[in-house]
Write a protein that binds this ligand. Sequence first.
Ligand code: NAP
Length: 292
Amino acid sequence: MRLLVTGSLGQLGRALRNRLEQGRCPEEWLGAEVDWADLAEVDISSEASVAAWFGSNGHYDVVINCAAMTNVDGCEADFARAFGANALGPMNLARACAHADTTLVHVSTDYVFPGTREGERTETDTPCPISAYGRSKLAGEGLALSNNPKTHVVRTAWLYGEGKNFVQTMLRLAATHSEVTVVDDQFGNPTSADDLAGEILRIALTDAYGVWHCTNEGICSWADLASEVFALAGVSCVVRRCTSEQYKEANPQAADRPRYSALANARLAATIGNTMRPWRDALKDYIDYQVL
Ligand SMILES: NC(=O)c1ccc[n+]([C@@H]2O[C@H](COP(=O)([O-])OP(=O)(O)OC[C@H]3O[C@@H](n4cnc5c(N)ncnc54)[C@H](OP(=O)(O)O)[C@@H]3O)[C@@H](O)[C@H]2O)c1
């Protein structure tokens, strides 16, 4: 098995590396030969850079694309860069994969949905993003699927792992503040990068190409998540709850975010089984073993 992981220094890339190097993966992956590439090695937004990489590294059985511009507010300010990384990038990878009959796993987001309806979205719900990030990611999904018939698009949400994320930000703020103000009317699924990596390695082995939802189970607001982080870490920091409107007033440059973007892992449940656990259990492991 030959695998290429792009965006390998990001949260999901590192989680995949940990799993594969520690053998916490389906047995088909044991002994796999893996190339790890981040922006310095291959800029996925550049067709020439992708072609050069594939030209000198030969054939892969699977490519997992973890590369993306994930700064949601930054995407609003620089849509050209966002479109390059999040839309042209997966297109370039899909084309390279199609030439070599390679499976592409491309990772996407809950922010492709508008968030106007309560409950969980399944893979058959219609996306309609409300932010530059969401628009660039939705374009990337379509370009990945249409340029390589062997493409899996895996949508996830509210990711935390090794790197910058909401959980780390809350813990950092709590070290210097006695209270934090957090939005309480946006709902989603906090998701462990390590759990997601495990599920992606299972999805990549199937030929059920198309769109998958993959998040930890259960729904909460950002304020609920902050409270749980402080409770699990034993940190005394008060969470002041605010509305999206109040947050936007204080941070006018911030991108709009969907109110209800929780995902249901419907295809996983209907096919290879949904092994994603409740978000609180995954967060507890993260706080216990990775953060403190
Ligand atoms: N983070 C979340 O909460 C979240 C939620 C839903 C979905 N997702 C999706 O999940 C996937 C993984 O997210 P993540 O949190 O692991 O991302 P991340 O930590 O931001 O890592 C992304 C990596 O891609 C690199 N990169 C950026 N532009 C690139 C380019 N043009 N070519 C090659 N590499 C490039 C980044 O390098 P630099 O750091 O140097 O830019 C970074 O190392 C992404 O597709 C993301 O859209 C994430």
